[in-house]
Write a protein that binds this ligand. Structure first.
Ligand code: FAD
Ligand code: AMP
Length: 479
């Protein structure tokens, strides 16, 4: 038997690495097992998020956005740059540098905090033992008082469109296109599909998005989703709702996709196809036969509200358990579990987790939509404010979108905030903090905001809940 630890974490994504660092900070002897190997054959930390998810996608979204700014908008504000051309190889180089800095940072944090990094694949055995199979096939077994499983998720594949090297790809392949595809298909107009579709649309692809559902972004407030759909359409994203992909064929290095919509069966041909139909929990080779850790009916590791599995002392967090598949949700669960292991009281507020789609403008929300609240029988009052009436947004030449605050009609407590705008992903933190503190719309309305700032649109939306926005024709007389 090799070393014994207080905590062994399996997986070093944003769930696992945060759990490991927090556990070590709390004085627990901690190890973290990671099997991810990069293109150079080196074990890297950071998981999906840093290697093929949040971070590389944001690098490409930022570079492609800057390209569009230079191509379409600099001349509007008095900067003549001629006709810019995208250098895709250089963009990937930048993206790789960003990944390297991030993953290197996690390894350095492990060292600084005294987390033992174990390289290889971890398997939970009975009696809280973890077997680690190194990249050379060597096995070692470690004992732990507590185990935290943070094995993450992988992209869902669907039978109509099996992945085909370089032609039909998942999100990871879509971050690697060496050239801008002329005709690009995207299956799924969810968060990841919209972001990757936007990247390549900005760089020149004709992008067609095939989405089975009839509703666009059903988790977003209807007013904000409708405005987003209009704005993305204006950018050239051809989003086809009620369109279910039923098959595909590779012909002459092209992808012929079969789909069904309200009018019947149809076909469309692409140069590349991205399959973005969601992610599933990853638990392969993770649990020994007598580990005793149960999965639920959808393959997620079954946990309670505080991420305890069916085995005492074994916890699971992040994408491999129920809840939203988001990096920050995984990290918060990681901190909660480390605190619980160290004997502290800890819990998560699953009602105040922000979600962001990093399109341009960004879409960000927290809490209920107006429709959710009404469906739950809650009487609401809402306030909306357009960024076209915000001085800073106009000065930024980015005045598209609006912010909406949803509050309980009786108590004025904020139930949700939904925004589409430049930097909505930053602005939404105000809604999260407000909800976390149980604020009313009036609390925001009575707060002094810096001028000029795009945050003032949130202030105005909160004022508008009672019909008293300043920079908008008022609906009600002030009492
Ligand atoms: P992961 O990040 O998947 O990490 C799990 C780790 O466990 C991996 O490193 C894996 O190698 C390792 N592992 C698994 N099994 C074993 C084993 N048996 N032994 C050893 N190691 C193992 N989320 C956001 O919040 N914001 C975004 O902007 C965002 N953008 C995204 C963009 C894309 C293209 C994708 C694909 C995802 C995006 N996500 C985003 C989702 C986000 O990446 C995930 O929610 C997050 O990474 C989940 O963290 P995790 O720690 O649970 O799992
Ligand atoms: P998300 O869960 O946000 O990643 O989004 C995935 C999207 O893919 C969902 O909106 C699904 O409706 C959509 N989807 C899944 N299967 C298909 C299919 N066969 N054809 C078109 N869209 C699909």
């Amino acid at each position: 038997m090799a070393d014994k630890f207080d905590v062994i974490v399996i997986g070093a994504g944003p769930g696992g690495y945060v759990a490991a660092i927090r556990a070590a900070q709390l004085g627990l002897k901690t190890a973290c097992v990671e099997k991810w190997v990069n293109k150079e054959g080196k074990t890297v930390h950071g998981g999906t998020c840093l290697n093929v998810g949040c971070i590389p996608s944001k690098a490409l979204l930022e570079t492609s956005h800057k390209f569009v700014e230079a191509r379409d908008h600099y001349n509007e504000i008095g900067i003549e740059v001629g006709e810019p051309t995208p250098n895709v190889a250089k963009m990937h180089e930048f993206k790789e540098q960003v990944i390297a800095k991030n993953v290197g940072g996690i390894s350095a944090l492990f060292k600084a905090n005294g987390v033992t990094a174990l390289e290889g694949s971890g398997k939970v055995l009975s009696s809280k033992q973890v077997e680690v199979t190194g990249h050379d096939g060597e096995k070692a077994t470690y004992e732990a008082d507590n185990i935290v499983i943070a094995s993450g998720s992988v992209p869902v594949e669907i039978p109509p469109t099996p992945l085909t090297e370089g032609l039909i790809v998942n999100s990871t392949g879509a971050l690697e296109f060496e050239e801008v595809p002329k005709r690009l298909g995207v299956i799924g107009a969810g968060v990841i599909g919209l972001e990757l579709g936007s990247v390549w649309n900005r760089l020149g692809s004709e992008v067609t998005m095939l989405e089975a559902m009839d509703t666009f972004l059903p988790m977003v407030d209807k007013d904000i989703a409708k405005e987003t759909q209009k704005l993305l359409k204006k950018q050239g994203l051809d989003i086809r709702l009620g369109t279910r992909v039923t098959g595909s064929e590779i012909k002459d290095n092209e992808v012929v996709v079969k789909y069904a919509d309200a009018e019947g069966e149809k076909e469309i041909t692409f140069d590349k196809l991205i399959v973005c139909v969601g992610r599933r929990p990853y638990t392969e080779a993770l649990l020994g036969e007598d580990a005793g850790v149960n999965l639920d009916e959808r393959g997620f590791i079954f946990v309670d509200d505080q991420c305890r599995t069916s085995v005492p002392g074994v916890y699971a967090i992040g994408d491999c358990v129920r809840g939203q598949m988001l990096a920050h949700k995984a990290s918060e669960e990681g901190m909660m579990v480390a605190d619980i292991i160290a004997g502290h009281k800890a819990e998560m507020n699953y009602d105040a987790i922000p979600c962001v789609i990093y399109t341009s403008p960004e879409v960000a929300w927290v809490g209920m939509t107006e429709q959710d609240a009404k469906a739950a029988g809650i009487e609401v009052k809402t306030g909306s404010f357009p960024f076209s009436a915000n001085g800073r947004a106009l000065a930024n030449n980015a005045a598209e979108g609006s912010a909406k605050v949803i509050a309980d009609a009786e108590t004025d407590r904020i139930l949700g905030m939904h925004i589409v705008s430049q930097h909505a992903g930053e602005l939404i933190a105000q809604g999260v903090i407000a909800m976390e503190f149980g604020s009313s719309a009036e609390d925001i309305a009575l707060t002094c905001y810096a001028h000029p700032s795009t945050s003032e649109a949130i202030h105005e939306a909160a004022l508008a809940v009672d019909g008293h926005a300043i920079h908008m024709a008022n609906r009600k007389k002030r009492k």
